[in-house]
Ligand binder design. Sequence first.
Ligand SMILES: O=C(O)[C@H](CS(=O)(=O)O)OP(=O)(O)O
Ligand SMILES: [Mg+2]
Length: 239
Amino acid sequence: MRDHVRMDARFLGITELVETPSVAVVVDVMRAFTVAAWAFAQGAEKIVLAESLDEALALKARHPDWVALKDGPPAPGFGAVNSPGLLRSVDLGGRTVVQKTTAGTVGALAVKEASLVLCAGFVVAEATARVLRTRQSDRVTFVVTGEDGQADEDLACAQYIARRATEAGTPAAEYLRRAAESRAAAELTEGVRQGVHPDDVALCLELDRFPFAMVAALEGPLMVLRQCAAPSPADETSF
Ligand SMILES: O=C(O)[C@H](CS(=O)(=O)O)OP(=O)(O)O
Ligand SMILES: [Mg+2]
């Protein structure tokens, strides 16, 4: 693979999305897509991204074996919360998870018509960058889901993946430092957010914890997130 190849990367908040991108990377470090990656690691078969809490509950009612997951505190009808620290002790073998959160799932649904939608956080950064490299994606829209596009943990991760997709040796430390010092990290640490495990921030900052990427696509009326094996380095080509 050749370093310093070209990729036109745009970084937009959810409300700044005025047209459907071709390739979108939707980033939510704290915590939706760290949680999604953990759900796959715990055996989940797929994750349905719900438009609303009501839709999540309706899907759960129609499919009693599915696991509904939301952010905030535990709530009736929801079997899990949006916390990697809490989810890592849950066996999800073969299960379908229905996820609804404030930012991450909203961002993915906002680009559901895109031809490729990757959902990402630091835990799947390299695998995500590798998909972009292999596809030779020359124009990529990064959806910075938190705080109307200003969440620094999401922007830092998006910028890291964008650089990593074109410069194999990009060091992660400065990007991880920004995420560690973000408002979201402080709120999770200080108990401002609910449904939190003490290890959540650290788990969200685990670089390349998982070897897979996560691809969301419409399956009938539902937006479904699935894990996708990262291409091997031998499959990568330069732009
Ligand atoms: O669970 C989270 O960390 C947030 C919820 S909020 O920002 O505390 O309201 O949701 P996410 O969509 O994962 O950013
Ligand atoms: Mg977030």
